[in-house]
Design a protein around this ligand. Structure first.
Ligand SMILES: [Mn+2]
Length: 287
Protein backbone atom coordinates (compact mmCIF):
# COMPACT_ATOMS: atom_id res chain seq x y z
CA UNK A 1 0.00 0.00 0.00
CA UNK A 2 1.16 3.51 -0.63
CA UNK A 3 1.83 5.99 2.10
CA UNK A 4 -0.73 8.75 2.35
CA UNK A 5 -1.57 11.50 4.79
CA UNK A 6 -2.87 15.03 4.50
CA UNK A 7 0.62 16.53 4.38
CA UNK A 8 2.01 14.27 1.67
CA UNK A 9 -0.48 13.92 -1.12
CA UNK A 10 0.91 13.32 -4.62
CA UNK A 11 -1.06 15.21 -7.26
CA UNK A 12 0.57 13.29 -10.09
CA UNK A 13 -1.03 9.94 -9.18
CA UNK A 14 -4.69 9.25 -9.87
CA UNK A 15 -6.67 9.99 -6.68
CA UNK A 16 -3.36 10.61 -4.93
CA UNK A 17 -2.83 6.94 -4.13
CA UNK A 18 -2.00 3.68 -5.77
CA UNK A 19 -2.54 0.04 -4.93
CA UNK A 20 0.20 -2.47 -5.72
CA UNK A 21 -0.09 -4.03 -9.17
CA UNK A 22 -0.63 -7.51 -7.74
CA UNK A 23 -3.58 -6.36 -5.61
CA UNK A 24 -5.14 -4.05 -8.18
CA UNK A 25 -8.41 -4.71 -10.04
CA UNK A 26 -7.89 -1.64 -12.23
CA UNK A 27 -4.66 -0.70 -13.97
CA UNK A 28 -4.58 2.95 -15.05
CA UNK A 29 -2.15 4.51 -17.47
CA UNK A 30 -1.85 7.60 -19.66
CA UNK A 31 -1.08 7.91 -23.36
CA UNK A 32 0.19 11.48 -23.85
CA UNK A 33 -0.10 11.50 -27.64
CA UNK A 34 -1.65 14.14 -29.92
CA UNK A 35 0.33 13.56 -33.09
CA UNK A 36 -2.57 13.59 -35.58
CA UNK A 37 -4.34 16.58 -34.02
CA UNK A 38 -5.76 18.99 -36.61
CA UNK A 39 -7.44 21.70 -34.52
CA UNK A 40 -6.77 22.37 -30.83
CA UNK A 41 -3.49 20.77 -29.67
CA UNK A 42 -2.53 19.62 -26.20
CA UNK A 43 -4.17 16.23 -25.60
CA UNK A 44 -0.69 15.04 -24.66
CA UNK A 45 -1.28 16.83 -21.37
CA UNK A 46 -4.59 15.07 -20.76
CA UNK A 47 -3.24 12.41 -18.37
CA UNK A 48 -1.55 15.05 -16.23
CA UNK A 49 -4.53 17.37 -15.90
CA UNK A 50 -6.99 14.53 -15.29
CA UNK A 51 -4.79 13.11 -12.53
CA UNK A 52 -4.52 16.56 -10.92
CA UNK A 53 -8.29 17.03 -11.15
CA UNK A 54 -8.92 13.60 -9.59
CA UNK A 55 -6.94 14.63 -6.53
CA UNK A 56 -9.20 17.63 -6.01
CA UNK A 57 -12.63 16.01 -6.11
CA UNK A 58 -14.29 14.06 -3.32
CA UNK A 59 -14.37 10.40 -4.22
CA UNK A 60 -17.60 9.42 -2.46
CA UNK A 61 -20.58 9.08 -4.82
CA UNK A 62 -24.07 10.18 -3.88
CA UNK A 63 -25.34 8.13 -6.84
CA UNK A 64 -24.03 4.75 -5.80
CA UNK A 65 -23.23 5.52 -2.13
CA UNK A 66 -19.83 4.01 -2.80
CA UNK A 67 -16.36 5.49 -2.53
CA UNK A 68 -14.12 5.41 -5.59
CA UNK A 69 -11.18 5.26 -3.18
CA UNK A 70 -12.27 1.74 -2.29
CA UNK A 71 -11.58 0.62 -5.85
CA UNK A 72 -8.20 -1.07 -6.13
CA UNK A 73 -6.38 1.00 -8.75
CA UNK A 74 -2.75 0.86 -9.68
CA UNK A 75 -1.56 4.00 -11.49
CA UNK A 76 1.18 2.74 -13.82
CA UNK A 77 2.20 6.16 -15.15
CA UNK A 78 2.27 7.03 -18.85
CA UNK A 79 3.30 5.09 -21.92
CA UNK A 80 6.45 6.43 -23.55
CA UNK A 81 4.78 7.49 -26.77
CA UNK A 82 6.67 7.93 -30.02
CA UNK A 83 6.01 11.56 -30.81
CA UNK A 84 4.93 11.92 -34.42
CA UNK A 85 4.66 8.16 -35.01
CA UNK A 86 1.08 7.04 -34.56
CA UNK A 87 1.71 3.42 -35.59
CA UNK A 88 4.49 2.80 -33.09
CA UNK A 89 2.46 4.51 -30.39
CA UNK A 90 -0.58 2.32 -31.15
CA UNK A 91 1.66 -0.79 -31.02
CA UNK A 92 2.77 0.20 -27.54
CA UNK A 93 -0.79 0.78 -26.35
CA UNK A 94 -1.84 -2.59 -27.79
CA UNK A 95 1.03 -4.40 -26.05
CA UNK A 96 0.37 -2.79 -22.67
CA UNK A 97 -3.37 -3.47 -22.86
CA UNK A 98 -2.63 -7.06 -23.90
CA UNK A 99 -0.41 -7.57 -20.86
CA UNK A 100 -2.96 -6.05 -18.49
CA UNK A 101 -5.69 -8.21 -19.99
CA UNK A 102 -3.48 -11.28 -19.58
CA UNK A 103 -3.01 -10.37 -15.91
CA UNK A 104 -6.78 -10.01 -15.42
CA UNK A 105 -6.74 -6.26 -14.83
CA UNK A 106 -9.35 -3.83 -16.05
CA UNK A 107 -7.67 -1.05 -18.01
CA UNK A 108 -8.32 2.63 -17.48
CA UNK A 109 -6.64 4.73 -20.17
CA UNK A 110 -6.19 8.48 -20.01
CA UNK A 111 -5.73 10.10 -23.45
CA UNK A 112 -4.28 11.51 -25.45
CA UNK A 113 -6.15 11.94 -28.70
CA UNK A 114 -8.88 9.51 -29.62
CA UNK A 115 -6.72 7.59 -32.11
CA UNK A 116 -5.09 5.71 -29.21
CA UNK A 117 -8.36 3.83 -28.73
CA UNK A 118 -7.54 1.79 -31.86
CA UNK A 119 -4.47 0.40 -30.09
CA UNK A 120 -6.47 -0.35 -26.96
CA UNK A 121 -9.17 -2.26 -28.85
CA UNK A 122 -6.51 -4.25 -30.72
CA UNK A 123 -5.09 -5.15 -27.30
CA UNK A 124 -8.46 -6.43 -26.12
CA UNK A 125 -9.21 -8.28 -29.33
CA UNK A 126 -11.86 -7.43 -31.87
CA UNK A 127 -14.52 -9.60 -30.23
CA UNK A 128 -14.90 -6.91 -27.54
CA UNK A 129 -18.04 -4.79 -27.92
CA UNK A 130 -17.16 -1.11 -28.29
CA UNK A 131 -19.46 1.59 -26.94
CA UNK A 132 -18.20 4.92 -28.26
CA UNK A 133 -19.37 8.13 -26.61
CA UNK A 134 -18.45 10.82 -29.09
CA UNK A 135 -19.76 13.88 -30.91
CA UNK A 136 -18.07 12.53 -34.03
CA UNK A 137 -18.40 9.26 -35.87
CA UNK A 138 -14.70 9.14 -36.88
CA UNK A 139 -15.68 6.96 -39.82
CA UNK A 140 -13.87 8.68 -42.68
CA UNK A 141 -11.95 6.33 -44.94
CA UNK A 142 -8.99 8.67 -44.66
CA UNK A 143 -8.38 12.20 -43.51
CA UNK A 144 -5.75 14.55 -45.00
CA UNK A 145 -4.33 11.47 -46.77
CA UNK A 146 -3.89 9.68 -43.43
CA UNK A 147 -5.45 6.26 -42.89
CA UNK A 148 -4.95 6.42 -39.13
CA UNK A 149 -6.08 9.61 -37.44
CA UNK A 150 -8.55 10.94 -34.92
CA UNK A 151 -11.08 11.30 -37.79
CA UNK A 152 -10.76 7.70 -39.08
CA UNK A 153 -10.18 5.46 -36.09
CA UNK A 154 -13.70 4.03 -35.81
CA UNK A 155 -13.62 3.11 -39.52
CA UNK A 156 -10.45 1.12 -38.81
CA UNK A 157 -11.99 -0.48 -35.70
CA UNK A 158 -15.00 -1.53 -37.79
CA UNK A 159 -12.82 -2.89 -40.61
CA UNK A 160 -10.80 -4.91 -38.13
CA UNK A 161 -13.98 -6.58 -36.99
CA UNK A 162 -15.21 -5.01 -33.75
CA UNK A 163 -18.87 -4.20 -33.29
CA UNK A 164 -19.57 -0.58 -32.36
CA UNK A 165 -22.41 1.35 -30.74
CA UNK A 166 -22.08 5.15 -30.89
CA UNK A 167 -23.82 7.47 -28.43
CA UNK A 168 -24.05 11.27 -28.51
CA UNK A 169 -23.24 11.76 -32.20
CA UNK A 170 -23.90 15.14 -33.80
CA UNK A 171 -21.02 15.75 -36.20
CA UNK A 172 -20.82 13.84 -39.45
CA UNK A 173 -19.61 14.50 -42.98
CA UNK A 174 -21.43 13.50 -46.16
CA UNK A 175 -19.06 10.59 -46.81
CA UNK A 176 -19.79 9.20 -43.36
CA UNK A 177 -23.54 9.62 -43.79
CA UNK A 178 -23.46 7.70 -47.07
CA UNK A 179 -21.32 5.03 -45.41
CA UNK A 180 -23.65 4.45 -42.47
CA UNK A 181 -26.72 4.63 -44.72
CA UNK A 182 -25.52 1.49 -46.51
CA UNK A 183 -25.38 -0.40 -43.21
CA UNK A 184 -27.51 -0.94 -40.15
CA UNK A 185 -25.31 1.42 -38.21
CA UNK A 186 -25.95 1.41 -34.48
CA UNK A 187 -26.04 4.92 -33.01
CA UNK A 188 -27.99 7.43 -30.93
CA UNK A 189 -27.64 11.13 -31.62
CA UNK A 190 -27.20 13.85 -29.02
CA UNK A 191 -30.40 15.38 -30.36
CA UNK A 192 -32.33 12.20 -29.58
CA UNK A 193 -31.01 12.28 -26.01
CA UNK A 194 -31.99 15.94 -25.71
CA UNK A 195 -35.49 15.41 -27.10
CA UNK A 196 -36.38 12.03 -25.63
CA UNK A 197 -34.11 11.62 -22.60
CA UNK A 198 -31.63 8.80 -22.09
CA UNK A 199 -34.02 5.85 -22.58
CA UNK A 200 -33.15 5.10 -26.21
CA UNK A 201 -29.43 5.17 -25.43
CA UNK A 202 -29.93 2.88 -22.43
CA UNK A 203 -32.11 0.46 -24.43
CA UNK A 204 -29.48 0.31 -27.19
CA UNK A 205 -26.72 -0.32 -24.64
CA UNK A 206 -28.70 -3.13 -22.97
CA UNK A 207 -29.41 -4.81 -26.30
CA UNK A 208 -25.76 -4.43 -27.36
CA UNK A 209 -24.22 -5.80 -24.18
CA UNK A 210 -26.69 -8.70 -24.08
CA UNK A 211 -24.93 -10.01 -27.22
CA UNK A 212 -21.37 -9.42 -25.98
CA UNK A 213 -19.18 -11.09 -23.35
CA UNK A 214 -16.95 -8.06 -22.86
CA UNK A 215 -17.57 -4.34 -23.27
CA UNK A 216 -15.02 -1.58 -23.83
CA UNK A 217 -16.09 2.03 -23.29
CA UNK A 218 -14.38 4.85 -25.13
CA UNK A 219 -15.34 8.28 -23.87
CA UNK A 220 -14.30 11.13 -26.12
CA UNK A 221 -14.88 14.14 -23.89
CA UNK A 222 -16.28 16.09 -26.85
CA UNK A 223 -19.47 14.04 -26.44
CA UNK A 224 -20.24 16.52 -23.68
CA UNK A 225 -21.41 20.00 -24.59
CA UNK A 226 -18.57 22.55 -24.86
CA UNK A 227 -20.35 24.63 -22.22
CA UNK A 228 -19.31 21.92 -19.72
CA UNK A 229 -16.22 20.54 -21.47
CA UNK A 230 -14.60 23.23 -23.64
CA UNK A 231 -11.02 21.94 -23.49
CA UNK A 232 -11.07 19.24 -26.14
CA UNK A 233 -9.37 18.84 -29.51
CA UNK A 234 -12.51 19.40 -31.60
CA UNK A 235 -15.33 21.01 -29.59
CA UNK A 236 -18.78 20.49 -31.11
CA UNK A 237 -21.88 22.40 -29.94
CA UNK A 238 -25.17 20.83 -28.79
CA UNK A 239 -23.80 17.96 -26.73
CA UNK A 240 -24.79 15.93 -23.70
CA UNK A 241 -24.64 17.26 -20.17
CA UNK A 242 -22.21 15.52 -17.79
CA UNK A 243 -25.21 14.25 -15.81
CA UNK A 244 -26.85 12.74 -18.90
CA UNK A 245 -23.61 10.98 -19.77
CA UNK A 246 -23.05 9.60 -16.27
CA UNK A 247 -26.68 8.40 -16.08
CA UNK A 248 -26.18 6.53 -19.37
CA UNK A 249 -22.82 5.10 -18.24
CA UNK A 250 -24.41 3.68 -15.09
CA UNK A 251 -26.19 1.18 -17.34
CA UNK A 252 -23.00 -0.27 -18.83
CA UNK A 253 -22.07 -3.79 -17.75
CA UNK A 254 -19.35 -6.37 -18.52
CA UNK A 255 -16.86 -3.49 -18.74
CA UNK A 256 -13.29 -4.78 -19.13
CA UNK A 257 -11.79 -1.35 -19.68
CA UNK A 258 -12.42 2.19 -20.70
CA UNK A 259 -10.65 5.27 -21.93
CA UNK A 260 -11.27 8.98 -21.48
CA UNK A 261 -9.68 10.90 -24.32
CA UNK A 262 -9.23 14.28 -26.00
CA UNK A 263 -8.88 16.42 -22.86
CA UNK A 264 -6.37 19.11 -23.73
CA UNK A 265 -4.21 21.40 -21.67
CA UNK A 266 -6.33 24.45 -21.17
CA UNK A 267 -8.72 25.45 -18.46
CA UNK A 268 -9.31 22.89 -15.74
CA UNK A 269 -13.06 22.47 -16.15
CA UNK A 270 -12.90 19.67 -18.70
CA UNK A 271 -10.32 17.73 -16.69
CA UNK A 272 -12.57 17.95 -13.63
CA UNK A 273 -15.53 16.60 -15.61
CA UNK A 274 -13.33 13.80 -16.97
CA UNK A 275 -12.13 12.89 -13.48
CA UNK A 276 -15.70 12.95 -12.16
CA UNK A 277 -16.81 10.51 -14.87
CA UNK A 278 -13.95 8.15 -13.98
CA UNK A 279 -14.79 8.33 -10.26
CA UNK A 280 -18.43 7.47 -10.95
CA UNK A 281 -17.39 4.58 -13.22
CA UNK A 282 -15.10 3.23 -10.51
CA UNK A 283 -18.13 3.08 -8.23
CA UNK A 284 -20.26 1.41 -10.91
CA UNK A 285 -18.05 -1.16 -12.63
CA UNK A 286 -18.30 -4.58 -11.02
CA UNK A 287 -15.03 -6.43 -10.49
MN1 LIG B 1 -14.80 13.28 -31.11
Amino acid sequence: MSYKNLYLYPQNIFLGRTTSYEEADFALFGVPFDGTCTFLPGARFGPTVIREASCNLESFSLRSFRDAEDAKICDLGDIAVVSGDVNQTLDRVEKVVGELKHDGKRSIILGGEHTITLGAIRGFGMDVGVIDFDAHMDLRSEYLDQKISHATLMRRVMEEGAEILQIGVRSICKEEYEFISQKKWNYVTALEVEREGIKKAVDKIKEFQSRKDRIYLTIDMDVIDPAYAPDVGNPEPCGLTPTQLIEILENCEKVVGFDVVEVIHGGRITALVAAKIILELLCTIKV
